[in-house]
Ligand binder design. Structure first.
Ligand code: BLA
Length: 516
């Protein structure tokens, strides 16, 4: 049988979601060419929304639809100053009479892309309105000490701003699966808090795009998409790239997913940490379709960006007591090392402290061919074989895994002592290592539906993956894993290396002085 592990690319990874050739029907897209902003592509719905046949507009300069003042406003919009936080109010020529729209404009791949959305009926308050929308949330952000506090503020605030039935923070795990870490919702809805979702729910092309474009809205999952005419950008002779378009038609696979989930409208906002996609604010409406005006979306996007900037500093505050405790152990070890002259003996005499340093249950010290163990560890031969096997995988002095039996099957024999392994390489050439171990801890993970999706193998050997139909809680029992090594624990191991090197240097200079 073919499993997801022996095919490289699935339909999900190959889909070019930025060039769907169509848009969602709640607005109009015009692509325009300089110098006179000639209409070179448009969405077919100009016919029912403006009363013009596509051929009547193609090739015409934009002044066929807008007066010169409005064209100037569009050009201003392209300059990307504060004004572009607001949509451009436009009165667009149409039959039988002109109609109001929100204009949203950007420049991409040589063309000006102007999108027209339903007018948002805001008074012309400009920047102060945006300020009013976001000011309170920013004040609340400043009061949050920890990441969970920050997350719970943003879900509440975005729900208030938009009126979605459910707003969640979805955080990616290291393997690109993810789980819901905060939620604000209508009381009667079933909670999703704590549920896990597999990586393929948000495949690579989507994760890449969401790093560039921070917000997408799907006002009605039952929409009929509207084709662009012609399909190709005349400058590139390729389908128009809608990476930065607000009306981009969404992947049909994802539409099916949302329908299976019982969602009628959705919006999501990217959360980035150090230029990586860290998570999403995911919003659902389950009672009806739901449109969110551009300036509210811009306020939400801005709040997402402010939150993104705070993730690192708030994470540093999480678990603060534990981090202080670890640092304390660290400094006790450093001071023992600085007042002694026999490395192996100091390390052995540290006993519990060496375990506490990274919260391990076993430790092995391998210095100059000598192996000494403390606590729950594999036996000597097992450890020596393990070192041989693992040493090439050490990068930057550290190797760690919370599922050793998966990368090293012989570890099945000692999973109760070493399902988790943290290795510190002290010197490469002389092969000096410290290894810490953690036992298997059987954990259960609650998935939203069975994460192994329905698949189909195609004639070319590729795999087509379908969205699952049921999202009912599905419990997985995870074996052969230890508790994960936390960043602060790994850092502590790194620092031990500096202390040991200091020890060695001090000893070397003492010996040198003795001899001279
Ligand atoms: C996109 N998948 C998405 C998005 C989310 C999720 C948030 C962004 C678009 C949006 O805002 O809706 C997934 N939504 C979730 C998850 C939760 C949620 C995990 O609310 C948890 C609470 N999906 C599949 C399969 C494929 C797939 C099998 O199940 C691929 C074959 C694809 N998901 C898929 C694609 C997109 C997507 C292609 C991009 C949609 C687009 O932007 O065009």
């Amino acid at each position: 049988t073919v499993t997801a592990t022996n095919v490289d690319l699935t339909n999900c990874d190959r889909e070019q979601i930025e060039i769907p050739g169509s848009i969602q029907p709640h607005g109009i897209l015009l692509s325009l060419q300089e110098p006179d902003l000639k209409i070179v592509q448009l969405s077919r719905n100009v016919e029912n929304l403006l009363g013009f046949l596509p051929d009547e507009l193609l090739g015409k300069p934009l002044d066929y639809l807008l007066n010169s003042e409005q064209i100037e406003a569009v050009r201003q919009g392209l300059s990307g100053n504060f004004e572009s936080l607001n949509p451009i109010p436009l009165s667009v020529q149409s039959r039988p009479q002109a109609q109001l729209f929100d204009g949203i404009v950007h420049y991409y791949q040589g063309l000006v892309i102007l999108e027209l959305e339903p007018p948002s009926h805001q008074d012309d308050e400009g920047f102060p309105y945006f300020y009013r929308l976001t000011k309170r949330t920013i004040t609340l952000f400043q009061q949050a000490q920890t990441l969970p506090e920050l997350c719970s503020i943003i879900v509440g605030e975005i729900r208030q701003l938009t009126g979605f039935d459910r707003v969640m923070i979805y955080k990616f795990n290291e393997d690109d699966s993810g789980h819901v870490i905060a939620e604000d919702k209508l009381e009667e809805l079933e909670p999703y808090l704590g549920l896990h979702y597999p990586a393929t729910d948000i495949p690579l092309p989507a994760r890449k795009l969401y790093k560039l474009n921070y917000l997408r809205l799907i006002p009605d999952v039952n929409y009929q998409s509207v084709a662009l005419i012609p399909e190709n950008n005349p400058l590139t002779q390729k389908p128009l790239d809608l990476s930065f378009s607000v009306l981009r038609s969404v992947s049909p696979i994802h539409m099916e997913y949302l329908k299976n989930m019982g969602v009628k409208a959705a919006m999501s906002i990217s959360l980035l940490k150090e230029n990586k996609l860290w998570g999403l604010v995911a919003c659902h409406h389950e009672s009806s379709a739901k449109y969110v005006p551009y300036e509210i979306r811009t306020a939400c996007e801005f709040l997402g960006q402010v939150m993104s900037l705070q993730i690192i500093s708030k994470e540093q505050n999480d678990n603060l007591d534990y981090k202080i405790y670890l640092k304390n152990i660290q400094s006790q070890i450093t001071s023992s090392l600085s007042s002694s002259d026999d490395l192996l003996n100091v390390l052995l005499n540290l006993e519990d402290k060496l375990l506490q340093l990274v919260n391990a249950t076993g430790v092995a010290i391998y210095l100059e061919g000598d192996l000494k163990c403390r606590g729950q560890t594999p036996n000597e031969d097992e450890i020596k074989n393990l070192i041989d096997r693992i040493k090439l995988q050490i990068h930057g002095s550290i190797y760690h895994t919370d599922s050793l039996p998966k990368v090293y099957p012989s570890a099945l024999n000692f999973k109760d002592r070493a399902s988790g392994l943290l290795v510190l390489e002290i010197t490469k050439l002389q092969a000096n290592y410290i290894l810490w171990f953690r036992p298997e801890v059987i954990q259960s993970v609650n998935w939203a539906g069975n994460p192994d999706k329905p698949t189909q193998i195609e004639a070319d050997g590729s795999l087509t993956v379908f969205p699952r139909k049921s999202f009912n809680k599905w419990q997985e029992t995870v074996r052969l894993k230890s508790l994960p090594w936390q960043d602060c624990e790994i850092e502590n191991a790194q620092e031990l290396k500096s202390s040991i090197i200091n020890f060695v240097l001090r000893r070397a200079s003492e010996l040198f002085e003795l001899n001279s």
